[in-house]
Design a protein around this ligand. Structure first.
Ligand code: MG
Length: 433
């Protein structure tokens, strides 16, 4: 393993490695290691003080070691002398239970024991904004319906194509780039892959987009709802489950070309959706994208209830095509590893318990949603989602009780920090009480 990275450094001309990991909040932490030292680091890991990052650790804890995964190596296209590596976290000779990549690998391992492999693609929307973060970066991008705006897209040609060229070079199979539904918002799509590969690429994509935007004097944000009147940043996931090289969700005789296995997986996601939201929509701001009033463009593109449908973008789950479905719940703040882990855990529960998602709803939820009876509602805020996760025996068991306890502890603290803030809205509505 050590030899692989030393050899890779020689072959690819790498002078440095970024040994990186995503903490529970999805923040990427790293050590920059010279190629001369990578052999030792690959054997024993890069050392960190774990408590200094969002991992629910204390200063009294032992050193945290990030063991780089050589299979995840990505040469930075915009700085080719640096190689990025995703890592698994260890402490006291044991895998750290609550580390997000470890959580995902555990759930993938459970799926593998049942002969299943999750394949996913993610659609990571982002805004290009001013460096100070206060406004979108292109004053000319002001249409009320800016989706697919050719001129606004081409004014950002240099940034978008630098990112797309990078993905081409990395072999990710990018196939389209567009201006999305909000002013200043873009989406770039690359080919789906095994869940761990997609999670590593998702993590790297966020870093790459931010780094390349900075090079061009801009700032990129994946914040779920950075501007109140504009569509937020979603992170839709396209999902299929494979066995022996075959897509288990495909069935020409099934409703919409989806097998009963696929519907059980959907049933699992619907059963655990409210708890899953604590992972897929992990910030206070996330709930300003879900449950949002109509935006300038006319639609929020985000769900507010736990429903599924065919090719219709107003529900939490859409079946656009035979053999797969799209989960439209997650947003740009979702931790790439916990998103995959959570949806796989909920889906496996659906299979294990043959959960029935019920009949699909072929209605426009934005127009007729109020008429739909008995549909569960998604949480209205982060606290509701955290309480749903706390009550979910399914996610605790499948994701690990240590992980869920650590996650809830840190996220409750974040909620309390938010709740202590006095907002302008409160002053406006309560000053004259
Ligand atoms: Mg989109």
């Amino acid at each position: 393993m050590a030899g692989d990275l030393t050899a890779a450094a020689k072959e690819q001309g790498l002078k440095y490695f970024l040994i990186s990991y995503a903490d529970l909040f999805g923040t990427q932490r790293a050590k920059l290691v010279p190629a001369a030292a990578i052999g030792d680091m690959a054997k024993s890991g890069a050392g960190f003080a774990g408590f200094a990052t969002w991992l629910d650790m204390s200063p009294a804890d032992a050193d945290l070691f990030a063991m780089p995964d050589p299979a995840s190596l990505i040469q930075l296209p915009w700085k080719p002398e640096v190689g990025w590596l995703a890592s698994d976290l260890w402490m006291n000779g044991k895998l750290v239970e609550q580390a997000p990549r470890n959580v995902l690998k555990r759930v993938i391992g459970e799926a593998a024991r049942q002969n299943y492999a999750l394949k996913t693609g993610v659609e990571c929307e982002f805004f290009l904004i001013s460096r100070d973060g206060t406004a979108i970066s292109d004053a000319g991008d002001s249409q009320d319906k800016p989706c697919y705006d050719q001129s606004a897209l081409m004014r950002r040609y240099d940034v978008i194509t630098e990112i797309c060229d990078a993905m081409l070079q990395l072999g990710w199979g990018p196939y389209q780039n567009d201006h999305e539904d909000a002013n200043g918002q873009f989406e770039m799509n690359w080919t789906y892959a095994d869940a761990l590969v997609t999670a590593d690429r998702h993590a790297f994509f966020k870093y790459m987009v931010k780094a390349i935007a900075e090079k061009h004097g801009l700032r990129a944000t994946f914040m779920p709802k950075p501007f109140p009147n504009l569509t937020g940043n979603g992170c839709h996931a396209h999902v299929s489950l494979w066995s022996e090289g075959k897509n288990g969700f495909e069935d020409a005789a099934g409703e919409l070309g989806v097998s009963s296995l696929g519907y059980q997986f959907i049933g699992g996601l619907m059963h655990s959706a409210q708890a899953l939201a604590a992972l897929t929509n992990p910030t206070v701001n996330s709930y300003k994208r879900l449950n949002a009033p109509r935006t300038l463009s006319g639609a929020t593109w985000a769900p507010n209830s736990v429903t599924y449908t065919g090719n219709n973008r107003t529900h939490m789950i859409r079946i656009p095509d035979a053999g797969r479905f799209e989960l439209r719940l997650a947003d740009g703040a979702a931790n790439p590893y916990l998103l995959q882990a959570g949806l796989l855990a909920a889906g496996l529960d659906g299979i294990a318990n043959k959960r029935d998602p019920g009949r699909r709803l072929d209605v426009d939820m934005y127009v007729e949603g109020h008429k739909v009876q008995n549909a569960k509602q998604l949480p209205l805020n982060l606290l509701d989602a955290l309480r749903a996760l706390e009550a979910s025996a399914i996610l605790k068991e499948r994701l690990g009780v240590e992980f869920v306890a650590s996650y809830l502890k840190l996220k409750h603290a974040e909620w309390h920090d938010y709740a202590r803030h006095l907002t302008e809205w409160e002053r406006r509505t309560t000053l004259d009480c």
